[in-house]
Structure formats: C-alpha cells, structure tokens
Design a binder for this molecule. Structure first.
Ligand code: HDE
Length: 701
C-alpha cells in the first residue's frame, strides 16, 4: 500500500498541485480578477431591453465558452488516464544506465492514458478496437514516454502507410459511417490489399480487442528500442506491461450491448477502481536481445508486424507501475497530455524499425495543431519534473518568462549558459550505430513473410478463443457490402489457416477459399493464449438480486465472502425502493433493473427466500438479467428457493444433473448452487473460485 508521501508527495503531484485552483469560499471574478456581483443576467438597456455591447462579463463568458473545444486526437481520441508511480524490483545497471531503473528505492511518478483508436472522443469504450497504453515517466533525466498498445504488433511495416490505414479504418469519408469500428468496406479493402496486416488483424479479431477492463490488458511497446549501459553496450529491447489481475475480455455480444447501455464502461471501471483503493498494477518487463543475435531468428527483429515469442526471448520483469490517483480535471490532464515516442532518456535509444522512425516525427507534429503551438510542453501535465533550460522563446501561449537579452548559443554575454552537459554529467548521447546504404524507397526482403506469425497466433489459441475469432470475422467481414472484398477476406485468412478461411467463408456466404494450402507453420506460443493468464476474483463485481422476503443472512454472507476476496457486491432489485427482508429488516438496493444491466457485473447471485423468489420469477427483467449473464458465460449462483427460479431461466438445462438431495455446493459450468445446506461456507468458497475463472467458456450456447 503506498504511503501518503508516495501518493501525494511525489514531485509531479506537488508540481501539479501548484497549478490547482481552489474555488472554495471564494468570490466570483472575471479572468482579470475583477469581483462580480451577478453572473445570471446580462447587462441590458432596461429590464426588457437589448443586451449591451459593453457587457464585458457577458462577452468574456461566452467567448471562452465558444472556444472550449480543441481538435481531438486524429487517432486514439477517446481515452482515460490516471496518475501513479513506477518502482523497479532490482537495479538494471547491467543493461541500462537509465537513472529511474537503477535503484529499487526510487519511485518515479507516471501518468498513463488508455484509449481506443478509431472512435471519436464521444464514442463507446467497449468497441472492438486496439487499445492504446501510453505511459509518461517523469524521471530525473526528463520525461520518458512509452507509447504502446495492448497488441504487440502493428498493421503496417512502414510509417508512410499510417495515413492509409487510418483513412481506411476511420468512418468512410462520404457519409462518416460507421462510427468507431473496423466492420466496414474500406478497412477490409485495405486489409486484403495489404497482406502485412494479417498478423495484427488476427489480434484485432481476437478477444484482446474487447478487454474486460483497462486494468486487465497487457501493454506492449511494439517497436524495437535499445537499452544502453554505462559501458556503452547496446541491446535490442521490446517493452511489456503485464497486469497483475491477468488478461481478460468481454464476449462480443456483451461488448456491443455495453456500447449502448454503458458507453463509459471502461473509464468508469478505472475511475472507480482508483477511488476505491483497488489500484491497478502492471509489471514492467523487457525482452532483451544482444546485438549479435540480431539475425538469429526467422523474422526480422525490426519488423513491427512481428513479435518475439516469449518462449524464444523471455520477458524479464523489472518493476511495477501502480496507478493510485485519479486526475483532478479531465481536460487539463487527460486531454492535454501529449505523448511522444521520441521522448527518451540516457540509457534508452531507438532502433531502425521503420515504423518507429516515422513515429518519432508524427507525435510532436500533431500536438502543434491539437494543442495550439510549440509551447505544449509547458502545459502542467506535460512539464518534466526537472528544470528546463534552452533558447526556445516565444510562440503561442508562452508561459515561462526568461529575463535577459541572450537566447542563442554560443554566447559570451550569458557566460555560455545554458551550456551543453557532457555525457558524464548526464548529457544524452545517441547510440553510435554504423549506417551504410544507398538511398532507396524500398523495403527489406526480410520483411516479406506476412503469414507465419499470424498462423503462430492462431495455433496458440484455445478452442474457445478460436471460436471467438471466427465469430468476430463473421461479424466484421459479414458487415462488408462488397462481395469481392468478402471473398478476398476468406481467401487471405485461409492462408493463415485453411480451417479459419473455410469457417469465415461459410459464415459470410462466399465460396470456399481456393488457395487454402497450409503454410507449414505448426509452432504455437502458449503465452499468447488468455487461457494461461492470471485468474483472480479481486476487484470483480457481483450483482445480488433482492426482493421483499429475501434471506438477509445469505445476502450478508455473500457480501462478506466477496469483501474477503477483494471483490465487491451490489444489490439489484425490481425498483429502487427499500426491500423488506425475511426477518423484517430493510435493505436499500444499490440499483434496479432499470438503472443497471447484468452486463456491468462479473457474476449474479440469487439468495433464498420464498416470497422474494416468487417476485423475481414474475419479473421478466429479473429473468432477462440472469439469462444475459448466462449467455455471457458468467458465474450464476443461487441458494435454497432460488434454485427453482434458476430452473425457469436459461440456466435450466445446466441444472438437469442436479440431484434432488440437499447440496452444500454443486457446480456445473460456472453455475453454483446450494440448497438445504446447514452452512453457506462451502458454497461461498466455490462461488469465489468460479468468479475468479472470469468466464466459463465450455458452457454450451
Ligand atoms: Fe500512434 N499516434 N502512430 N501508434 N499512438 C498518435 O499522436 C502514429 C502507433 C499510440 O494517449 C497520435 O498525440 C504514426 C503504434 C498511442 O495521447 C499521432 C504511427 C503504436 C497513442 C500518432 C503510429 C501507437 C497514439 C495522435 C505509424 C503502438 C495515443 C495523437 C508509424 C506502439 C497517445 C497523438 C495518447 C497517438 C501517430 C503507430 C500508439 C498522430 C505516424 C505502432 C497509444 O501522432
């Protein structure tokens, strides 16, 4: 648990605090500080007369309002962030001289912004999409940004194709349709004409693209970087983030319904978790490769459409980030934060990955129009925690005031200041790599294999994950109107795996693929399957259905068991009015079937109580609530009289093997039941275990 000192006393938190404005007990003023007597009526010539131009307060208030929006990010427009800190587990001095990785006692403040890519700022959180995972470290060497995604590879190999892929995936330009999705003609047209996308498209069609929570996603730096140690030795590295809660996803139908019922599902989840002290934690790891091993693999380590299988190059876990503080103001912090992969510190350097090279230019450039000029680094959230001294002056919205005449180098008038630092003084020196080549607009032959790792990914999936991928293709390519593009999708992905191509073709009504020859890749990488992830009940949310006559002891016992497991419960009833429990006590429901869907919970429990079960049985919303949770493979549980209620829902067939005799804890495919049990403990233990499994993929449809 971080101390208050960590939470509030980090350098960045203190710096941001100095910008915070506390309006409590203050008088209202104009932007000039003039005290105001009234902000509800404009200045008029007579009470019923025209408004006067001299009303400076009216003009200021409306003018500011008129300009309150800035351009949204061209990609990753919708996002949500939180503050926290990073702490290394051990010194990484052997591999890098980066100061923030030397001492396990040092905590470095971070700001993390998670995002979707395609949708606009107001789009829904749970759409099928790549998630951005951008981390800004406020280090003692200046800001380091690792601007990653939750998918380890990218669609394209060369940054010059970025405008093409983005134009193809964004809403179509004639009618701005459809919003926030790749399920349309132009995206798939681009895909089938750009076979290097095959690997990333497999990830996009997988469960990774519909995460359960930002807190349950992996992060990847994608591009290849370098670590440089104090002796100047360089190693290639790839960055990883591993969530301590494991990697978990929604079901497609659930994700699509959530987009309507709770478009803020992911941001609410992050905000609530941080507020409740369930601080999201991600371990930071690196895959490292000695430079001599650059050509040891069947793929090019500079090709961003390739991952380095963890079985070949293990991830070394080197520390952890903990997100322990929400922002004070969304616009000032989350919207104005500007990430840039070119922000690095001594001990870290770039590689010749052609996607990374282009990114080094694009991010700085895009902030100029988004944040209004070259002084965006002076915005509080973007300021480093170390002093900034250079000869940059002027430009829109300049904040710093530099006295004196000198703003150039070299100079004698200011005694040479600000003076360059030597490497020993912490000055950044670029990794000295030898570069030799002809000027060519071309791509390396070593980038030509577009299918092997797409097949590796497919081979690594569990049966349920494969089923979801086929379903996603069915939905996405099935939404394409052009018959030739649809056919080409089935043909292209038959080259990844013949059975995949055949199933896509069957789903979307095109001919069986012609070129369905296996590509010979039989290897799998078990680390890629979410089946093998961490499973935990921690921070899971359970709905307890309650109506008049509910057994209060069962409600309380479930709440206690969940609390002990680090999970949470909400009671849901037919209305928000108080419920009279069996013993006459009053229970105030947290939600009702109108204000919450089952979609936002990980599991449902229906306690016993004859009258309560009777009331739920008569309520179609209650039955739908349980049916939907069952469809989405969530844990569903009931005790005593409520077992009969379950029989009348879609859970019914799963209860066919339930014996008539009393049961302390009976389980089938995530359905947990106890009836006539003398004590609830075995049932509760089983329930928490099932909850921790996340979903019960083997449950028949
Ligand atoms: Fe980005 N990307 N990107 N991207 N990207 C942006 O910068 C770009 C790429 C990523 O939360 C933009 O400030 C190019 C890969 C994240 O604020 C822009 C290329 C990866 C975010 C831009 C890529 C990313 C961005 C838009 C191809 C994963 C959101 C707004 C060479 C490693 C950061 C902005 C935030 C944002 C350009 C490819 C991740 C236009 C040219 C690969 C997480 O500069």
């Amino acid at each position: 648990m971080p101390t208050d000192e960590t939470k509030n006393g980090t350098k960045k938190a203190r710096q941001l605090e100095s910008y915070r404005v506390d309006d409590a007990n203050q008088f209202l003023t104009t932007d000039n500080g003039l005290l105001l007597t009234n902000t509800d009526d404009s200045l008029k010539a007579g009470e019923r007369g025209p408004t006067l131009l001299e009303d400076f307060h009216f003009r200021e208030k409306i003018t500011h309002f008129d300009h309150e929006r800035i351009p949204e990010r061209v990609v990753h427009a919708r996002g949500f962030g939180a503050h926290g800190y990073f702490q290394p587990y051990e010194s990484m001095a052997e591999y890098t001289k980066a100061r923030f990785l030397q001492d396990p006692g040092v905590k470095t403040p971070v700001f993390v912004r998670f995002s979707t890519v395609v949708g606009s700022r107001g789009s829904a959180d749970t759409v099928r999409d790549v998630r951005g995972f951008a981390v800004k470290f406020y280090t003692e060497d200046g800001n380091l940004d690792i601007v990653g995604n939750n998918i380890p590879v990218f669609f394209i190999q060369d940054a010059i194709k970025f405008p093409d892929i983005v134009h193809a995936i964004k809403p179509e330009p004639d009618n701005d349709l459809p919003q926030a999705t790749s399920a349309h003609d132009t995206f798939w047209d681009f895909v089938v004409n750009t076979t290097e996308t095959a690997h990333m498209v497999m990830w996009l069609m997988s469960d990774r693209a519909i995460p359960r929570s930002f807190r349950m996603m992996e992060g990847f730096g994608v591009n290849t970087f370098r670590f440089i140690n104090a002796g100047g030795r360089a190693r290639f590295v790839k960055f990883h983030w591993k969530p301590l809660l494991g990697v978990h996803s929604l079901v497609r139908d659930e994700a699509q319904k959530l987009s309507g019922k709770d478009p803020d599902f992911h941001r609410r989840d992050l905000w609530d978790a941080v507020n409740q002290g369930n601080y999201p934690e991600f371990e930071f790891g690196v895959q490292m490769l000695d430079e001599e091993r650059e050509f040891d693999f069947g793929f090019d380590i500079l090709d961003p459409t390739k991952l380095w299988p963890e079985e070949l190059v293990p991830v070394k876990i080197i520390g952890k980030i903990t997100l322990d503080r929400n922002v004070d103001n969304f616009f000032a912090e989350t919207e104005q934060v500007a990430f840039c992969p070119a922000n690095i510190v001594p001990g870290i350097d770039f590689s010749n990955d052609p996607l990374l090279q282009g990114r080094l230019f694009s991010y700085e450039d895009t902030q100029l129009s988004r944040l209004g000029g070259p002084n965006f680094r002076e915005i509080p959230i973007n300021r480093p925690v170390v002093p900034v001294h250079n000869n940059q002056r002027d430009g829109m919205h300049r904040m710093s005031i530099h006295p004196g005449k000198v703003s150039y180098s070299p100079n004698a008038l200011a005694k040479g200041a600000p003076a360059p630092a030597a490497e020993e003084q912490g000055g950044f020196v670029h990794c000295a790599q030898r570069v030799d080549g002809h000027t060519v607009r071309a791509r390396s032959r070593s980038f030509r294999d577009h299918y092997s790792q797409a097949t590796l990914f497919w081979n690594s999936m569990s049966a349920a994950e494969k089923e979801h991928i086929v379903d996603a293709f069915h939905f996405e390519a099935g939404s394409v109107k052009d018959k030739n593009i649809k056919q080409a999708v089935a043909d292209m992905f038959a080259r990844v795996a013949p059975e995949l191509g055949a199933q896509i073709a069957a789903g979307i009504g095109v001919n069986p693929p012609v070129k369905a020859a296996p590509n010979g890749v039989t290897a799998a990488s078990p680390k890629l399957s979410q089946e093998n992830t961490i499973k935990s009940a921690k921070t899971r949310k359970v709905a307890i259905l309650i109506e008049n006559g509910v057994c209060p002891a069962s409600v309380q016992a479930m709440k206690d068991a969940l609390c002990a497991a680090g999970a949470a419960a909400e009671t849901v009833s037919c209305t928000l009015s108080a419920v009279a429990a069996k013993d006459g006590t009053q229970l105030m429901p947290d939600k009702d079937f109108t204000t919450t869907p089952s979609l936002v919970y990980d599991a449902v429990y229906i306690p016993g109580g004859a009258q309560h079960v009777d009331a739920l049985g008569k309520n179609i919303d209650a039955r739908n609530f349980v049916n939907e949770a069952t469809l989405h493979k969530k844990t569903v549980a009931a005790t005593d009289e409520a077992v009969e209620f379950l029989r009348a829902t879609d859970v019914g067939p799963l209860l066919s093997s339930l014996p008539d005799a009393a049961q302390t804890a009976w389980v089938n495919q995530g359905i947990v039941v106890a009836k006539g049990a003398a004590e609830l403990k075995p049932f509760l233990t089983e329930f928490v275990d099932q909850l921790a499994m996340h979903r019960h993929w083997g449950r028949p449809k």
